[in-house]
Design a protein around this ligand. Sequence first.
Ligand code: DGL
Length: 269
Amino acid sequence: MKSKNQAIGIFDSGIGGLTVANAIARELPNEDFIYFGDTAHLPYGDKSADTIRYYSLRIAKFLLDQNCKMVVVACNSASTAANKVLLEFFQEGTHIVNVVDPLVDACVSLQMSKVGIIATKATIGSGVYQKQLKEKQAELDIHAQATPLFVPMIEEGFVHNNISQSIIEKYLGDEGFKDMNALLLACTHYPLIKDSIQEYIGPDINILESSEVAAKAVRSTLEKNDLLNPKSNPGDHKFYVSDLTDSFARTARHFYGEDIDLTHLPLWD
Ligand code: DGL
């Protein structure tokens, strides 16, 4: 049985999912959460679906062993590869929120005629966004493109310079994006370059990203299951990573928006 005062478990391939964790902290400031970033295995975006599923199942088990009332799959690559297997494996009574469903719903609610999707190779290759969007809006025109250089570029801090600008132009200058009305940032890292992307594609194209809609989905799932934490003091937040280097510790601040302490938890030993 899950209870209101248990923590929310959040996981990602690394530190990018901190964008989602921060949105959850803003949406639900009194909830405790445990974040696990699988920095030992990142990036997931270049891995096979089977490998991502294996890692995701192990991490979800860890979070449930920590007595979490819900597991949030903050990573798009893990959400597209592993959502089904997580639901099958943990079955009833386990609340799993992924980042794909809320973003698809947000997009469909706008009733656009053409959308672009950018994400990792794993996310685009899974076809999950494309399939779910088509199921909900059959006539929607979709251009989905993997943009694998963005993750290392952002992690290396190349966000507002001529290198990031050239890569944005190279990817988003593709003919396939012509006439889109909205662009889905289907990767944890991309909110950090949202303004540069907006500047390049122009102000009339809507940019949608997962962190805020996912945080709202977490709220509504907790509400529906009567699991919102009633306490009035700020939530306790723990941040674990499977590998800890100076660079992860430094970069975490950019993704979370404030200083946080990462704790090394060697889950794979
Ligand atoms: N978190 C991943 C995602 O949202 C991006 C980083 C990675 O490839 O591991 O797809």
